[in-house]
Ligand binder design. Sequence first.
Ligand SMILES: CC(C)(COP(=O)(O)OP(=O)(O)OC[C@H]1O[C@@H](n2cnc3c(N)ncnc32)[C@H](O)[C@@H]1OP(=O)(O)O)[C@@H](O)C(=O)NCCC(=O)NCCS
Length: 214
Amino acid sequence: MLDYAPLQIRVRTPRLELVGADDDMLERLVPLVRGGKAFAEPAPDDDPMSFYESDPETRVNSWLQGVWRARGRFTPSEFRLGFAVLVDGRAVGMQDLIAEKFDTCATVLSFSWLSTDVRGRGLGTEMRSAMLHLAFAGLDAREAASDAFTDNIGSNRVSESLGYEPNGVEWDTRRGDPAQLQRWRLTRQAWQRRRRDDIELSGVEEFREMLTAQ
Ligand SMILES: CC(C)(COP(=O)(O)OP(=O)(O)OC[C@H]1O[C@@H](n2cnc3c(N)ncnc32)[C@H](O)[C@@H]1OP(=O)(O)O)[C@@H](O)C(=O)NCCC(=O)NCCS
């Protein structure tokens, strides 16, 4: 397997594991994307979004291209770590950590999706917790942000229950129509108050070395 530091990071919680989304992991996720299982109603993502493609092969191709583009655009300031979410060894979705102005402001954003058949069991909250542990405990982030359309109950509830505070609203388009986004922020101090001691990180040191060497 390719020894590329961003793909070697792992985050293990009692319920799931985040594993760097290398091409083997993407291959395991392809059936979910092809089968429309990454989608939700009301539509959760702003435009453009591969999951809105109606043709399954176009959808898969466009999704893969997006993941590869994000992987290739890497600087110590702006990078995106894509993780496959494994539950009992099965790949069930993705959780991404998106770093913005990281070398100066140390802020991160998140993006995620879970297969329709495993939603509503607490996994969305657990995988965001895992990502936050990586950001704050592993990478010394200062603040994590999230946003979701106001009618995306699952995502907004995940943010709220993990201690994020509301941070205003903004507008974006989804499938061409305007829709309002709820923004959230979680400070390091707020995360510290709920910090978990049952989440394990690996591969982070090598990644941090890459950030400083780049
Ligand atoms: C967002 C997502 C990852 C959340 O995952 P999940 O496993 O369903 O979330 P959880 O089971 O941890 O639920 C979190 C909370 O939201 C609530 N919730 C989740 N889906 C809900 C729904 N459709 N309606 C009402 N409440 C919902 C849960 O009851 C839970 O509330 P609680 O903390 O009070 O118990 C998942 O729904 C998903 O993949 N959605 C489509 C993609 C998406 O929206 N991504 C985010 C883009 S911003």
